[in-house]
Ligand binder design. Structure first.
Ligand code: MD6
Ligand code: FE
Length: 209
């Protein structure tokens, strides 16, 4: 049984959508993906300041960022130049079952948080299709997620994202500010070295007219 909880209009939370056995299988796939497409440390446009989160991608496109090129999607890994590995089937299934958007996901961003990593409040706006939601799946230690409105100063709500949880982010909330204040070390035994993985599935290209 899938429990769906509306956090704010446009944001639906599916606690424990992926059971532990599925989490283990997905983690195993991700470990293979990260051999082919190693984690890299993105840097901020202009300042070149490194993110505290390490990243990689799977799917036909991947999100990258560096001082020179800024935020963007590209078909290849910024260091190896190789195409991104294929997206695991279970992620495509999550999209089919929960996103309610017929075109499939093009990009899956893999965020890896060590104990002290965090992600500042931001909007996801590097995609050309804001009609499509973003679907996020969390693995490993709990992350304290914060979501506000379309203005950075809007009031926010906090939510603990645990291993196996899915969040679908669309409609009136597609451009809401959100971030990860901190992770809670020791809250999961899924990742052998601890930490948290968050996967976000996106449509990137504009829908056909
Ligand atoms: C994270 N998530 O959970 C960061 N973005 O680590 C995101 O930035 C995010 O969870 C768009 C939609 C859902 C998300
Ligand atoms: Fe985001």
């Amino acid at each position: 049984m899938t429990v769906a909880i509306q956090i704010v209009p446009g944001v639906t939370y599916y606690p424990g959508w992926l059971p532990v056995e599925g989490q283990r299988q997905l983690l195993q796939k991700l470990e293979e993906i990260l051999v082919a497409a190693p984690l890299f440390q993105p840097t901020m446009p202009r300042t070149g300041k490194p993110f505290s989160v390490q990243m990689s991608n799977c799917g036909s496109l991947g999100w990258v960022s560096d001082r020179q090129g800024g935020y963007r999607y590209q078909a290849t890994h910024p260091q190896t130049g190789a195409p991104w590995p294929e997206m695991p089937k279970i992620l495509q299934t999550a999209w089919t079952d929960l996103a309610h958007y017929a075109p499939g996901p093009q990009a899956c961003l893999i965020n890896y948080y060590k104990d002290t990593a965090r992600m500042g409040l931001h909007q996801d706006r590097d995609e050309a299709d804001f009609d499509a939601p973003v679907l996020s799946l969390s693995l490993g230690d709990t992350g304290l997620f914060r979501i506000g409105g379309q203005e950075r100063s809007d009031k926010t709500k906090s939510l603990k994202l645990q291993s196996g949880d899915v969040l679908v982010f669309g409609g009136p909330a597609r451009l809401a500010f959100h971030g990860i204040d901190r992770i809670m070390p020791g809250t999961s035994t899924l990742l052998p070295n601890g930490g948290r993985i968050n996967l976000t599935l996106r449509r990137v290209d504009a829908p056909p007219a």
